[in-house]
Design a protein around this ligand. Structure first.
Ligand code: NAI
Length: 289
């Protein structure tokens, strides 16, 4: 099966790895050629580590890499059967890319978005054939996280829904069908986890290291909320909260945080920029920024 990935950042790279591992021919497209190069280098590092750990052999590494090509022309995705988009969380930009993609592809090609919070119905509404659009929401890091939310919009055809359910199962993921509501399941449930942690911090009740430690040591979470926001990206996490807040008619339960907004504006995006709530510029343990 031929698969197209739009966006070679955190999520696009991970989804490309999954599809290539499952034997698909994958084309990864990005407007930014540096992002494409980084994606390729990152995959090589990940697969090399898997070989060193004995999880895959060299032949398997070569097979996965041979299944992926990196392109900077959207038109190159003309003949793919399924495209999964993972670009910036912005409705207008996603709609524009989808419209251009649709102009190159045949009617039966499926177009999916990995959006965390935008309405699939709104994304689909920009297309001539909205029934081909669906949400396929992976979690970070995509190759390791089993869960995938599958979100049919009101316009999505039954055939597209069934095909995607089968593809996700073939890719050895656990697909759950979810209604097209803000934040779907996981990102909605996760909002208070981040939001209340940020409020405790902003009210001066505890610093973020204490909050992270408490949730890991006492709560049993693998990562504390601040570590997790840095891992996801403060820009991405903030935008998702803002979208969910607006979509629920400004329900104060989902109110975004100024602290996180300022970090994003400053370019303190988290791990990917070397600094967020914590400082990742040294190889040693992250320290508070
Ligand atoms: P990212 O910032 O790591 O990567 C986005 C990539 O898209 C960049 O390489 C950028 O050059 C490229 N891009 C931007 N505009 C483009 C355009 N018009 N055409 C082609 N390429 C373009 O972002 P990330 O974190 O991978 O997020 C992507 C999407 O996945 C967002 O919708 C986000 O909400 C969603 N998502 C993110 C998760 C996370 O933990 N980061 C988890 C699940 C979903």
């Amino acid at each position: 099966m031929k698969v197209g990935i739009i966006g070679s950042g955190t999520m696009g790279s991970g989804i490309a790895q999954i599809a290539a591992t499952a034997g698909c021919n994958v084309l990864v497209y990005d407007t930014n050629t540096t992002a494409l190069e980084n994606s390729k280098t990152k995959l090589d590092k990940i697969l090399t580590r898997l070989v060193e750990k004995g999880r895959i052999d060299v032949a398997e590494k070569n097979r996965i890499q041979a299944n992926i090509a990196y392109v900077n022309q959207l038109e190159a995705l003309a003949s793919v059967e399924l495209t999964i988009e993972a670009i910036v969380e912005d409705l207008t930009i996603k709609q524009k890319v989808f419209q251009e993609l649709e102009s190159y592809q045949t009617e039966d090609a499926i177009i999916a978005s990995n959006t965390s919070s935008l309405s699939i119905a709104s994304i689909a509404s920009a297309l001539k054939k909205p029934s081909r659009v669906i949400g396929i929401h992976f979690f970070n890091p995509a190759p390791l996280m089993a869960l995938v939310e599958i979100i049919p919009a009101v316009q999505t055809s039954e055939e597209v829904k069934q095909k995607v359910v089968n593809i996700i199962a073939d890719w050895k993921k656990v697909g759950v069908l979810v209604k097209d509501t803000p934040g779907f399941i996981v990102n909605r449930v996760a909002r208070p986890f981040y939001g209340e942690s940020l409020r405790i911090y902003e009210e001066g009740k505890a610093d973020f290291i204490t909050i992270d430690t408490a949730l890991k040591e006492i709560g049993g979470f693998r990562m504390g909320p601040f570590e997790l926001m840095d891992f996801i990206g403060n820009d991405v996490n903030y935008t998702v909260t803002e979208t969910v807040f607006k979509s629920f008619y400004y329900d104060p339960r989902y109110k975004p945080s100024f602290t996180q907004k300022r970090l994003s504006e400053a370019g303190y995006l988290g791990r990917k920029s070397g600094r967020g709530f914590y400082d990742y510029s040294t190889e040693i343990k992250p320290t508070p920024a």
